[in-house]
Design a protein around this ligand. Structure first.
Ligand code: NAD
Length: 453
């Protein structure tokens, strides 16, 4: 069995990909388990060198990978170049860790007590369609660095770059059974990772609904689990902020990747006294947002990923929605949807509560600092967010009060591979990236060695 991969840019079929059934998945997991002993036993410096070579191979193929993602996912070419570069950087960063994956020596009487960080074995990584390249690497690079073998399932809609990256890693010397990409439906391939006893950890990025099912499934074997789930992040703009800069950058913070970003600042909270001025500044920034063929060098936004995703987004903007203004988008073919600003929106409205995962911004006025914090936290999610103010004390107070894993002040910084990333509340469990990422891919073992004569 196979399934077609369709380009969201022009709706043409660009590839046909194997739909693996359970028997093939089981076979791949068995091969990964057999490969594990040798992979875990490689000298740390040699494992580091293989990861560094993989980073170089990805770097050399950056342009090819970027164009593949433009076709497969509709990402703008500038974003896709950044994403391929991100895979290179993540590999290079974690190539620095095998020799530094320390245990500890703890003082005890009558001997020596040391801890080791043991690899888990086979790790299953499940990836969504919105950022196929970076999200795959945030899982497989630290997992491999810690001495695990990886089975990775890309999303059905966007498998092509993961397949290519795995091939590049193999060319760089990482054995094929150590890092395998398995294509097919989540309910078959992904779910088998959850139920198979040899897979010791699931690293899942995707919707909160599927994440909850996976968490429940993992309970059966007390399987290790990292979840990176949905978001409804707030961009909080206080009246004392640099309103020009806040308005100029707000479109990118929500419309980048056509809003299909778990960190999208899809709620804009604006202090009521600055509402009129801010909306005056926001309108030209939104109409100037360049939605066009994503292979154009100056494109800022491409199409949505699929016809189904477009129907979902349209469902959030019915005839009587409070559309304040919209940008422009090309006509079909392609799953286009224009940047859309809804204002004013009440905090209880559906568009202010549910993750839309499309280019729709809900503007919500607030009265004061306490009101802003209350509205920002009035959501089951807690992934990202931004705070705009020129008052340093307020910036720190609000950063500490907002229940969210990754915040930026007077900017919309994206995820950095050398700092921790993850969500509060129903946005996730555990942290990826940064200096502690390998802890999530290893078990601590404590050994006491007696020195008794
Ligand atoms: P999804 O949950 O539908 O699918 C994600 C992956 O899980 C896919 O590979 C899918 O095939 C697989 N899957 C589906 N059902 C499964 C099952 N029963 N068992 C095992 N695997 C299964 O999500 P999506 O639509 O691909 O991606 C969009 C969602 O991902 C959004 O909610 C977004 O916020 C979230 N996301 C979160 C982050 C983060 O880091 N927090 C990053 C990107 C995307």
């Amino acid at each position: 069995m196979s399934h077609d991969v369709v380009s969201p840019v022009d709706e043409t079929v660009i590839a046909s990909v194997d739909e693996m059934g359970e028997a093939k998945v089981d076979d791949a997991i068995a091969r990964a388990a057999r490969a594990h002993g040798a992979w875990a036993a490689i000298a740390p410096g040699d494992r580091a060198r293989l990861l560094a070579r993989a980073a170089e191979a990805v770097d050399a193929a950056r342009e090819e990978l970027a164009h593949l993602e433009v076709r497969n996912a509709g990402h703008t070419i500038s974003n896709a170049r950044f994403e391929a570069g991100n895979v290179r950087d993540v590999l290079a960063y974690f190539a620095g860790s095998p020799e530094r994956h320390f245990g500890r020596q703890i003082p005890v009487a009558g001997g020596i007590d040391v801890t080791f960080r043991e690899p888990l074995g086979v790790v299953g990584i499940i990836v969504p369609w919105n950022f196929p390249m970076p999200i795959a690497s945030w899982g497989f690079a630290p997992a491999l660095a810690a001495g695990n073998c990886v089975v990775l399932k890309p999303a059905e809609l966007t498998p092509l770059t993961a397949m290519r990256i795995a091939a590049l890693c193999h060319e760089a010397g990482i054995p094929e059974d150590v890092f395998q990409v398995l294509t097919g439906p989540g309910s078959t391939v992904g779910w088998r990772f959850v139920t198979h006893e040899t897979v010791r950890k699931i690293c899942f990025t995707g919707s909160t609904a599927v994440g909850k099912r996976i968490m429940a499934g993992c309970a059966d074997q007390v399987k290790r689990l990292t979840l990176e789930l949905g978001g409804k992040s707030a961009n909080i703009v206080f009246a004392d902020a640099d309103l020009e800069r806040a308005a100029a950058t707000a479109p990118t913070s929500v419309f980048d990747n056509a809003g299909q970003d778990c960190c999208a600042r899809s709620r804009l909270l604006i202090e009521r006294s600055a509402y009129d001025r801010f909306m005056e500044l926001l309108e030209p920034a939104v109409s100037a947002f360049r939605v066009k063929d994503p292979s154009s060098e100056d494109a800022q936004m491409g199409p949505l990923i699929s016809a189904e995703q477009r129907r979902t987004v349209e469902g959030f903007v019915p005839e009587d929605a409070p559309v304040a203004f919209r940008g422009r988008a090309p006509d079909p073919p392609g799953y286009w949807y224009p940047p859309t600003v809804l204002a004013p929106v009440q905090p209880g409205d559906r568009v202010a509560r549910e993750e839309i995962f499309g280019p729709v911004l809900a503007v919500i006025p607030f009265e004061d600092e306490a009101d802003a914090i209350r509205i920002a936290n009035d959501t089951p999610y807690g992934l990202s967010g931004s705070i705009w103010t020129n008052d340093l004390g307020r910036a720190i107070r609000v950063s500490r009060a907002v229940e969210s894993g990754t915040l930026s002040v007077n900017s919309h910084s994206s995820v950095r591979y050398w700092t921790p990333f993850g969500g509060f509340k129903q946005s996730g469990l555990g942290r990826e990236l940064g200096p502690d990422a390998l802890e999530g891919f290893s078990e601590v073992k404590n050994v006491f060695i007696s020195t008794a004569p």
